[in-house]
Design a protein around this ligand. Structure first.
Ligand code: FES
Ligand code: FES
Length: 174
């Protein structure tokens, strides 16, 4: 029997359904990392500032340090670990690699998840739109120039190959 304070959560993460008992105060990022071993999603601040913990909830980006695991109950989460199709990287992952859009790589999981959300919403956006919509994701290394290039390159690819999913078909989560 679980302790009375525990709550049941059923969530699909990277296409696998999980049901677990969690403390109500457990953050989604803690659940992903500590329970599911999804350590590709990282914690840079846990005060909603850095964006390193960004994942998708029902197709839209969220900072997983800003919500509790129980708030994901009944929802679908995708992490950076669930983007590739076998050995085939997601176009955004490929673009980050090809444009040298990372140095230490710490911001990269969250930056990639946010970048996909930006492309889903804005398509082949101009530089200013990309920059504005990445403002919640901090990078200490790159100066952002190559990140913007990567996002714009991936946007072309995602529009051409159908990877881009229109924001209108997805649940909006702030
Ligand atoms: S760890 Fe979530 S925003 Fe920094
Ligand atoms: S590559 Fe180091 S923080 Fe972004």
């Amino acid at each position: 029997m679980p302790a009375p304070s525990m709550k049941s959560v059923t969530v699909t993460v990277d296409d696998v359904a999980y049901t677990d008992q969690v403390e109500p105060r457990m953050l989604l990022v803690q659940y992903l990392r500590e329970r599911l071993g999804k350590t590709g999603t990282v914690i840079g601040c846990d005060t909603t500032n850095c964006g390193a913990c960004t994942v998708h909830l029902d197709g839209r980006s969220v900072k997983s340090c800003t919500m509790f695991a129980v708030q994901a109950d009944g929802h679908e989460v995708r992490t950076v670990e669930g983007l590739a199709d076998g050995d085939d990287l997601h176009p955004m992952q490929k673009a980050f690699h090809e444009a040298h859009a990372l140095q230490c790589g710490f911001c990269t999981p969250g930056m990639i998840m946010q970048s996909i959300d930006v492309v889903n919403e804005f398509g082949e956006a101009d530089e200013q739109t990309v920059r504005e919509n990445l403002e919640g994701n901090l990078c200490r290394c790159t100066g952002y120039q190559n990140i913007v290039k990567a996002v714009q390159a991936a946007a072309k690819e995602m529009s051409a190959d159908g990877t881009r999913s229109g924001a209108s078909s997805e649940a909006g989560v702030a």
